[in-house]
Design a protein around this ligand. Structure first.
Ligand SMILES: Cc1cc2nc3c(=O)[nH]c(=O)nc-3n(C[C@H](O)[C@H](O)[C@H](O)COP(=O)(O)OP(=O)(O)OC[C@H]3O[C@@H](n4cnc5c(N)ncnc54)[C@H](O)[C@@H]3O)c2cc1C
Length: 404
């Protein structure tokens, strides 16, 4: 049986390897870019956070996150690590559960997959951009320019729209729609959120441990604690990615309430700052030794304290005001950056038209889909790649098994 796979990214490569485990199957992996796993190579800031040991369906979103349950049960994070070990990749897990290659290089992940794909029953077609898929009596006809590939089973693993420069495209959605499937609204997720706060240029590049609470029309919307990064345009970093899903979507006023010292209560901070009145330091140094210098200065200024005065001259209410700014600072949010900058696409092909135990279409027998093209997106921390491996392997195994 010939199994065609559209997309040589994370889920497509996992599907190809699973389908090729049955030696009688001939697998044709079609990738539009010049090399396999281009996006994978850029993941985790070049380190590739390939899984998370705390994985489970609660870390996923979409109209039916429960759709992920079977694939994750069949191929959980521990199994992913074992599978990668058989491919020759040594992985390590951080305390947070995030799994990385020991080499700390995303390249290693792409390399072991690429080497594993070098099998007699797998053909890899690079620079092969699939434009159209037609159903024919014996299966599917895949068309790219003047070239066609006929296959009995077809797995669509074209990924999502996020990370456009790394290969994110509408292609997978369009192909599945042309075969009768429906797509939900697509939004950028795990993305920086813009703000027009005037102090951003002064804070560009500053990182801070922070508790972030997102408010929509003053009502709590989402929250998380972790590393916040200031950019020239807005708020970024892992903690912002955690809360970025659907922020600034659907109108209303959006803001982020930032607590820069989540492990210290306001009273202790106030006492700590009051003790600084014994020094001869200028008021601009009020937070020195506690927070990043530039952040400390911005907060002191926001508390209405003149940088020219001395800490020793500050009144109790002034100190309290500065402590309050550090514990609860509100930044107005305007919009998320676009798909170009997003790590993952929220929304996608409706999963209710697929069987979660096989990844096969309920509308078109012999058609499978996996990875980000489906209406599933995971939290920040390795969950999206875990979904790509789990759903990709399940799709490949199911498509392959049916040939017997
Ligand atoms: C910058 C960045 C960092 C990230 N970091 C992490 C991380 O550390 N951990 C994590 O879990 N997730 C991370 N992600 C998300 C993760 O990379 C994706 O969710 C995952 O790669 C999705 O796998 P996929 O196989 O569905 O799609 P992809 O990996 O995007 O693969 C799809 C492939 O299909 C090809 N293709 C598309 N259309 C066609 C066509 N018509 N014909 C032929 N080929 C086609 C594309 O070129 C691409 O190679 C990151 C994403 C980005 C953008």
């Amino acid at each position: 049986m010939v199994i065609g796979i559209l997309g040589g990214g994370a889920s497509g490569m996992a599907a190809a390897l699973a389908a090729a485990e049955t030696e009688d199957n001939n697998v044709i992996l079609m990738e539009r870019q010049a090399r396999l796993g281009r996006k994978l190579q850029a993941t985790g800031n070049g380190r590739c956070n390939l899984s998370n040991l705390h994985g489970g369906e609660t870390h996923y979103h979409g109209e039916d996150p429960g759709f992920t349950a079977f694939a994750l049960f069949k191929f959980p994070p521990e199994e992913t690590r074992r599978w990668f070990a058989t491919l020759g990749l040594y992985t390590v897990a951080e305390n947070s559960g995030r799994v990385y290659p020991y080499s700390d290089q995303a390249n290693s992940v792409v390399d072991v997959l690429r080497f594993a794909l070098d099998k007699p029953n797998i053909t890899v077609k690079l620079g092969f951009e699939v434009e159209k898929v037609k159903r024919v009596a014996e299966g599917f006809r895949v068309i790219s320019g003047g070239e066609t590939v006929d296959c009995d089973k077809l797995i669509v693993a074209c990924g999502g729209l996020a990370g456009t420069r790394l290969g994110g495209t509408m292609s997978g959605y369009q192909i599945l729609r042309s075969l009768g499937h429906k797509c939900t609204r697509l939004r950028p997720n795990l993305v920086q959120v813009k703000s027009d706060w005037g102090s951003l240029p002064a804070l560009k590049g500053v990182r801070a441990n922070c508790h972030v609470e997102i408010l929509h029309d003053g009502v709590p919307f989402s929250e998380s604690t972790g590393e916040l990064q200031f950019t020239e345009q807005g708020l970024s970093g892992p903690v912002m990615f955690e809360v970025s899903r659907d922020v600034c979507q659907g109108g209303g006023a959006w803001s982020a309430k930032l607590d820069f010292l989540p492990e210290l209560d306001g009273k202790s901070l106030n006492e700590m700052l009051l003790r600084r009145r014994d020094t001869t330091l200028p008021a601009s140094e009020l937070f020195t030794g506690i927070l990043h210098n530039r952040l400390g200065r911005v907060l002191t200024q926001a508390a209405g304290i003149s940088a020219r005065g001395l800490i020793s001259a500050l009144s109790d209410p002034e100190i309290q005001q500065a402590a309050e700014k550090a514990k609860s600072f509100t930044v107005v949010l305007t919009e998320p950056l676009g798909m170009d900058s997003a790590q993952v696409t929220a929304g996608g092909i409706l999963t209710k038209d697929f069987d979660g135990e096989t990844m096969e279409s309920k509308l078109v027998p012999g058609l499978f889909a996996c990875g980000e093209v489906l209406d599933i997106d995971g939290d920040c921390g390795g969950y999206n790649l875990q979904w790509a491996w789990s759903s990709g392997r399940l799709a490949g195994e199911s498509a392959g098994r049916e040939s017997q």
